[in-house]
Design a protein around this ligand. Structure first.
Ligand code: CMP
Length: 589
């Protein structure tokens, strides 16, 4: 394995990184949250592709097996639509005991009414999870921790998990040395810090003399109310509830239904108890809860910090900061931001080297892209804040959404803009560009004028037979997922069950393959821009996640390694076909 690696590196030019990772190099990851775990996962995955054996230790004192603060990473626990799709394409299927609820819509609440937005294709494409085992006082342990699941994933790739608190970090002969509370000391070739911005971890790096400046942060508020499955089902369903209220200092608020709890997340300026009380007492919020609901005395709540302006230089020689302690997305999709940064840092470490110069050239652009997008996000939130202030503007926005949702023919302009802003499913740049479209502006003005005379959204509920933690959509016998000869705009990842791929002709049909959980199909029409080459049907019941062509191809341009799995699969299919063809033409003895 390592011989292959050595020959690959020997052809490097004189600009080669002074600190490349080599066979047996040691990497420490401090912090086993999503950013740290994704880093381990992709570092080991990419290294194994070039035959490079690495030793990766991840330090995480939490076990994620305890309910309450001890096993929690203080976060709303929403895995965005785009991240669910990227993970699907990476071959990471989120288990249904980790996903507490598959979210298929969100409801926007304002004082002028509320309206429900379904996901495209009415599919469950957002995952509501608990980062730890669950809130304080959790009685039933039906679900697993999301962070625990990712830590297991990193371990299954070959990372060694050390359940210890890192006490200090210093430098020995130009290499980082990690010391733990129990006195263990280890020297590494690379240290990846994924310590977040809450807790003492970030302090380990402030006085290290490597020029690290921590990110600017703001306080958020998160609390969890135990309501029970039945009440949640009746009052919140599988929708994320988003509030645009004219409450002073409140930027954004959401209620996320989980298995037996709902999670409330508030973002804003100097969030304090008064702001929280004003929000919870507002009629729009009260309406969501049962009439007799009283806030329980004992419930989990916290005021965690989030990153609002990243660290100016989240790297150094043999050192890289990922996730919240480096750069992350503003307000939304922090786990998706951690995934992006982790992958870019892993790519740099494996293919370029771990010097400050390599991180500056190959990792910093990913951080900068997020920082630029966050600056645009600030403008988006500022404009949304202005809209919140004027009743006619709120009515106009609501009317435009209602018309789009219930006419069945109108293009979802405002709906998609709000969907992407609130769920973090697209970049703020893309959201902003769409709001500058002349037709968008004309329709908005028209709806604001029309709303001065009349307003009133309609509600509609769809039937749902899927279980709580299942993502995607269920297809049953007799249905066709992909039809041969049709034009295709999606690729699919099987979440559970099996499908068959058949090739139809005038003389009958031939079964080409049976595919199962984790396999994908429908990729050929995306890549060769031809019609579907075969028909795909479920064998019994199959749960399938749809991946949007535009989202997928755009992401591949940013991160070509996302296409690797598809290429791997396609080349395996060619090998199988080669064997079959050879079998057909080889004369039997
Ligand atoms: P696409 O052509 O977009 O739609 C039909 C899908 O069937 C195709 O993409 C592949 O994903 C899948 N498919 C076609 N041929 C085979 C094969 N030989 N083995 C497995 N899957 C296939």
């Amino acid at each position: 394995m390592s011989r292959l690696w050595t020959s690959a590196r020997s052809s490097h030019d004189s600009n080669a990184d002074p600190y490349p990772l080599g066979p047996g190099s040691r990497v420490a990851v401090v912090g086993g949250g999503p950013a740290g775990c994704f880093f381990c996962y992709f570092l080991l995955e990419m290294a194994s592709r070039i035959g490079l054996d690495l030793n990766v230790d991840v330090y995480e004192p939490k076990t994620y097996a305890q309910a309450g603060p001890a096993g929690c990473n203080m976060c709303g626990g929403v895995i965005s639509e785009s991240l669910v799709q990227y993970l699907g394409a990476e071959g990471i299927v989120l288990r249904s005991d980790v996903v507490q609820r598959g979210i298929d819509s969100y409801v926007l609440h304002m004082d002028v009414g509320s309206v429900r937005f379904p996901t495209p294709g009415q599919e469950k494409r957002i995952a509501a999870v608990h980062r730890g085992l669950g809130p304080r006082g959790l009685l039933t342990h039906r679900w697993a921790s999301f962070d625990g699941y990712l830590l297991d994933l990193a371990e299954s790739r070959g990372a060694r998990v050390i359940h210890e608190r890192v006490d200090s970090i210093d430098w020995v002969a130009g290499k980082p040395r990690v010391s733990t509370k129990s006195g263990q000391q280890e020297v590494y070739d690379l240290l990846a810090a994924a310590v977040g911005v809450n807790g003492a971890g970030i302090k380990l790096f402030e006085g290290l003399g490597v020029g690290y400046l921590p990110p600017k942060t703001t306080k958020t508020y998160i609390c969890e109310f135990p309501l029970g499955e039945e009440v949640i089902e009746k009052h919140f369903g599988n929708s994320m509830h988003v509030f645009l209220l004219d409450v002073p200092r409140l930027e954004f608020a959401a209620i996320i239904p989980k298995g037996q709890h709902v999670t409330i997340v508030l973002l804003g300026d100097s969030i304090d108890k008064t702001l929280v009380t004003n929000f919870l007492d507002s009629p729009e919020v009260r309406r969501c809860f049962p009439a007799n609901f009283v806030i329980p005395e004992e419930h989990c709540r916290c005021f965690p910090s989030i990153n609002i302006k990243g660290s100016p230089r989240p790297y150094g020689d043999r050192l890289v900061f990922i996730g919240d302690c480096g750069e992350n997305r503003l307000y939304k999709d922090g786990i998706g931001g951690g995934y992006r940064a982790a992958k870019a840092a892993a790519r740099t470490a494996v293919f370029e080297g771990v010097s400050s110069d390599s991180f500056r050239r190959y990792y910093a652009p990913t951080c900068r892209a997020m920082a630029v997008d966050n600056a645009i996000g600030k403008v988006v939130f500022m404009v949304t804040g202005l809209f919140k202030k004027f009743t006619w503007a709120r009515r106009g926005m609501m009317r435009m959404v209602a018309v789009e949702q219930y006419s069945g023919t109108a293009k979802r302009r405002m709906s998609d803009v709000l969907w992407d802003t609130f769920t973090g499913s697209a970049s703020y740049r893309s959201v902003f560009q769409r709001t500058l479209h002349p037709l968008f502006l004309v329709l908005l003005v028209w709806n604001c004028l029309a709303a001065l005379r009349h307003a009133g959204p309609v509600h509609r509920e769809e039937e749902d037979s899927m279980k709580l933690g299942e993502l995607g959509r269920i297809y049953r016998s007799g249905e066709t997922i992909v039809r041969q000869g049709e034009v295709g705009d999606h690729m699919y990842v099987i979440q559970s069950g099996k499908v068959e791929v058949v090739r139809e002709s005038d003389t009958g049909q031939v079964k080409l393959a049976e595919l199962e959980e984790g396999d994908f199909f429908g990729e050929m029409a995306l890549f060769d821009r031809d019609v579907r080459s075969a028909t795909v049907r479920p064998l019994g019941e199959a749960r399938v996640l749809t991946i949007d062509k535009k989202m997928f191809l755009r992401k591949i341009h940013e991160d070509p390694s996302l296409a690797f799995r598809v290429m791997e699969k396609m080349s395996r299919r060619i090998r199988e076909l080669d064997e079959q063809v050879t079998g057909l033409f080889t004369p039997s003895a």
